[in-house]
Design a binder for this molecule. Sequence first.
Ligand SMILES: [Cu+2]
Length: 272
Amino acid sequence: MSAADLRFTILDVAVMLGIIVPTAIITTYFLLRYRKTNTNAAYDPRWSHSNLIELVVWAIPLLTVAMLGYESYKGTYAVNPYDPRMIKTKTASAAGPGHKPLNVDVITTDWQWLFVYPKQHIATANELVIPRGTPVVFHMTSATVVNDFFIPNLAGMIDIMPGMRTKQVLVADKIGQYKGYSANFSGAGFSWMGFKTHVVSAARFTHWTQSIQKSPRHMDYAQFNKFARPTTNIDGKTYAFSHVHARLFDQVIKGVLDGKVYTTRMPPPGAA
Ligand SMILES: [Cu+2]
């Protein structure tokens, strides 16, 4: 990730210089050569076309667009989460052979994030913890409307659709805390629909999963139906669950396909 960032920064600067430097040189040359006091320049009132100028003003933008187009094309395929080669190369380059990717099911509600670690039987709300150098495969769905999974410094935007599955893959190089949020406006609680992403060492991650496995809060489908009721201003609040039902993700999808709607109980009219 950081190597790619550096490469693209260098490319960006090179492309900008490729436009600015020739423009500055040509502008200076024209100002000097065609100034009023220069009597050496030929006077040509019937001039209308120059192949050299055409070449310069077309070649630079065409080369720029071609180069950026090629890089975008390559970049798009390099981060395709549906390409199995991507996981394999990431696994091999990250933690060495034999290191299996970590699966995380992401379920969005109005307006919270539930991260289920199916193998560890744990889940967290509004907080994601992942080990450094391990490929993480996200399977994502929404219990309500379309949301958009986005951790700007780790993973690109991926739409999460109700009743459907989408995927994202990432490997985090650096230990630290990263901001994640939904990039799709989805109503009243949207402003607080953020989540912290903690990238920790593999040892700390194991320790963390073990401590969450002792959490007194459990998460099954009945519990999820309470959790998924619309709630606003959960800013900063995180929850951890143990004994998470293994097929919760599929149950949520089935619920949406069956037309399940999560409603908030409204106070009766006139009540303060
Ligand atoms: Cu989107």
